[in-house]
Ligand binder design. Structure first.
Ligand code: ADP
Ligand code: MG
Length: 521
């Protein structure tokens, strides 16, 4: 007797289904993709028991005639590609022709569809067609999936809880809604609507679903919204990436975004963002993951740089809170009433005196804040601003140093520490075993506080953390002169909005906030 037998088609489909349809969320994703490919303007999703009992997806797209309806349930039947070459110029979300066959093989599926002329109803159970009948309905398609995994008990056992499945389905619908603002979506769980959108402009759609963001990227093929660094999370779940409107997971791009935030983020912090990239389909390969979740690019390093620099430059624009600009690129002018603020006379106007349109007046120092008037009142956190200054000076090669009148001697220094000090621009030399003399230090560090800086550096081993820790721990009051000096110097920093740990350096004082505060008293 032969040992080898060809598997029946239904079994082949069930095995393939393992790849494509893992759970309710992956089914909803496939069904929504089909609706979008069919040009739907309205997509209604409904689930019961997290999808275990029922998943129903209804659309008003192009629908199918009777023959196509029958074919759509067969494996490798697709209207979207005709040859492998088409894969490199894909305009649709689907292309393998496996999803419907796979879903039908592990459930009781009802397909109700009409191309606007003829309506068709096909019922399938575990992959076998059980009934075909004509049907009256408007153009569009409804697919109902009942008793998911009824015939694959092992898979059924591995399903998560109802609430976990519901949350995952929600995330899938949310992602589709983010990427397709011109389409109205709704999601019902049991009888309750848990998500609903109307056709709208893309930024409005993102804000309707995820709230507002501080920064925007708008650079041709890259559009996105980024949170302020301080809103970063310890997980990546609030990061949404779309390539040619396809929700994808790309460690490469996630890293590029992270790099664009640069020193504004502490380690292990992931900023919420929504990023849309439009890339020539020829440059991306979407056929690398069974659920089309991952993607490969032909020129990864170029893409990395593109995203990194787009993210980085979005911080040059003012951060926005709601619709209000709260800080525009600073322009600075000394008021004549405050002569002590004038910089020492120089032959040429120093570069930080920018066009003199908006008067900026430092008004007072209050504890560690500088109150500044500039089309409104702003509080500048001087410690955070100093941390930004120190951080940038430690990174810069040609930063001015101050020579110390008498060298500072430090003991118990290892080679590694010595090298690291040299690297951040501290002039020191060996004067004995494990003993060094420090001759010159960055001008941002007051000589009498150098040992504090040294211990912060020694413990933190990271420039951003050491600079921040050192500056946060400064208990000394700033004079108005000093505060003003910090403000001036800040205008030359690459980043004027955030300190190296991603905290906001300044904020506008609003009458509204003050009133709220008073009301509470
Ligand atoms: P793919 O999307 O990869 O082509 P599917 O198995 O998901 O494969 O779908 C098979 C075919 O069924 C599609 O190519 C499409 O022609 C048709 N189809 C599926 N869903 C819909 C729908 N909602 N509206 C119109 N046609 C659909
Ligand atoms: Mg499909």
């Amino acid at each position: 007797m032969n040992k080898i037998a060809k598997l029946p088609e239904t079994v082949i489909n069930q095995i393939a289904a393992g790849e494509v349809v893992e759970n309710s969320a992956s089914i909803v994703k496939e069904l929504i993709e089909n609706c979008l490919d069919a040009g739907a303007k309205r997509i209604n999703v409904s689930i019961q028991m997290g999808g275990q009992h029922l998943i129903e997806v209804e659309d008003d797209g192009c629908g199918m005639g009777p023959e196509d309806a029958r074919l759509s349930l067969e494996r490798h039947a697709t209207s979207k590609i005709r040859s492998a070459d088409d894969l490199f110029d894909l305009a649709t979300l689907g292309f393998r022709g496996e999803a419907l066959a796979a879903i039908a093989s592990v459930s009781h599926l009802d397909l109700k569809t009409s191309d606007g002329h003829v309506g068709t109803h096909i019922a399938v159970s575990g992959g076998a067609v059980t009934a075909v009948s004509p049907l009256a309905r408007n153009r569009g398609t409804t697919i109902s999936v009942r008793s998911l995994f009824f015939n694959t008990p092992a898979r059924k056992k591995f399903q998560k809880s109802v609430s976990a499945n519901t949350a995952q389905v929600r995330r899938v619908v949310e992602a589709a809604a983010l990427a397709n603002p011109e389409v109205a979506f709704s999601l019902k769980s049991e009888k309750e609507i848990i998500l609903q959108t109307h056709p709208e402009e893309k930024k409005k759609r993102v804000e309707a679903l995820l709230g507002s963001f501080a920064h925007e990227i708008n650079k041709g093929s890259i559009w996105g919204l980024l949170s302020a660094p301080i809103e970063a999370k310890s997980h990546r779940r609030a990061q949404y990436l779309f390539i040619n409107r396809r929700p994808v997971y790309s460690p490469l791009i996630a890293k590029a975004v992270q790099a664009g935030y640069g020193t504004r983020l502490a380690e292990g912090q992931y900023p919420p963002f929504v990023l849309f990239l439009e890339i020539d389909p020829k440059e991306v390969d979407v056929n690398v993951h069974p659920q089309k979740r991952e993607i490969r690019f032909s020129d990864e390093s170029m893409l990395f740089q593109l995203v990194e620099s787009a993210v980085a430059s979005s911080f040059e624009a003012p951060a926005s809170f709601g619709n209000k600009l709260f800080f525009d690129p600073p322009s600075f002018r000394m008021e004549e009433t405050l002569p002590s603020f004038l910089p020492p006379p120089v032959a040429e106007a120093p570069s930080w005196i920018l066009p003199l349109e908006i008067p900026v007046r430092p008004l007072a120092v209050w504890d560690r804040y500088l109150l500044i008037e500039k089309e409104g009142l702003f509080l500048v956190d001087l410690r955070r601003a100093s941390a930004r200054l120190l951080f940038e000076s430690l990174h810069s090669k040609n930063e001015e140093k101050q020579s110390l009148l008498s060298p500072i001697v430090i003991d118990r220094i290892e080679d590694e520490t010595f090298d690291s000090l040299i690297k951040i621009g501290i002039d020191c030399r060996w004067i004995g075993p494990k003993r060094i003399a420090v001759d010159a230090i960055p001008s941002q560090i007051e000589p009498f506080r150098f040992l504090d800086f040294f211990s912060a550096w020694n413990e933190e081993k990271s420039v951003e953390r050491a600079a921040s820790r050192f500056c946060y721990s400064n208990k000394r009051r700033y004079t108005l002169d000093e505060a003003n000096h910090v403000w001036n110097a800040l205008q030359n920093c690459a980043d004027r909005l955030y300190d190296p740990m991603g905290h906001l350096i300044m904020k506008e004082l609003q009458v509204r906030d003050f009133e709220k505060w008073l009301d509470r008293e």
